[in-house]
Design a protein around this ligand. Structure first.
Ligand SMILES: [Zn+2]
Length: 221
């Protein structure tokens, strides 16, 4: 699995680009904010990876949840023709309705896609030599989902858990502290070597402790 990280600045989420250059496929986890606010960092990374041969590539964009700082960056993808957007069922519903859970209207933000591929809990996405397991992970939002890549034991965690033993906020609409605790408990049972969170740095050591610290914090909070 080849992984490129587009580090989000400010409020923007990180984006993660998995590449399968033999098959001409890219799999992107989260889009960050609109390119205008991120100086099109995602667009620039993609341009480099595909060497401007946009028409040769097929894209899947998986959105870990419906918040605008993860979904607003679709204007980075305009050069591609073949794009599929995917998410959990509840995240897809929020995004397709542009409802208040997305926070889009609060920032007068507009997106121009619909999510038409829905994954159920425990579905497995095959990509190149990787298998990505979809794990429904409510707590930050009701539709939050993470991806667990089984070969490298990597977790793409969205806003569920971050470096430094922190977890995502539970005070946004559909956030739920007890669901967050249950989610962190579930994720702490996975064998994880690499944690790629929606914001901040990646973690390559003691990921389990990091997740358990987040769970403990939430239990005392
Ligand atoms: Zn969020």
């Amino acid at each position: 699995m080849k992984l490129d990280v587009v580090r989000g600045g400010g409020m923007s989420s990180n984006s993660f680009i998995l590449s399968d250059e033999n098959e001409g496929k890219l799999f992107i986890v989260d889009l960050g904010l609109t390119g205008k606010l991120t100086r099109f960092a995602l667009k620039k990374s993609l341009k480099k990876i595909v060497d401007e041969k946009y028409e040769d590539y097929e894209l899947e964009v998986f959105l870990t949840h419906s918040h605008l700082d993860h979904i607003w960056g679709d204007n980075n993808l305009k050069d591609f023709q073949k794009i599929t957007f995917s998410a959990s069922e509840l995240a897809a519903n929020h995004i397709n309705a542009r409802d208040e859970i997305t926070l889009l209207s609060k920032y007068r933000a507009k997106i121009s896609f619909t999510v038409d591929k829905i994954y159920a809990d425990e579905d497995v996405i095959k990509f190149a030599d990787s298998e990505l397991k979809v794990i429904y992970s409510p707590g930050h939002t009701d539709g939050s989902a993470v991806l667990y890549e089984t070969n490298s034991k990597s977790l793409f965690a969205g806003d569920v858990v971050f470096a430094g033993g922190a977890c995502g906020r539970v005070d946004f609409p559909t956030g739920d502290r007890w669901e967050m605790i249950a989610t962190l408990d579930k994720l702490s049972r996975l064998d994880i070597n690499h944690l790629y969170s929606g914001h901040g740095p990646d973690v390559h050591q003691n990921v389990k402790e990091n997740i358990l610290n987040a769970k403990n914090m939430m239990e005392y909070w």
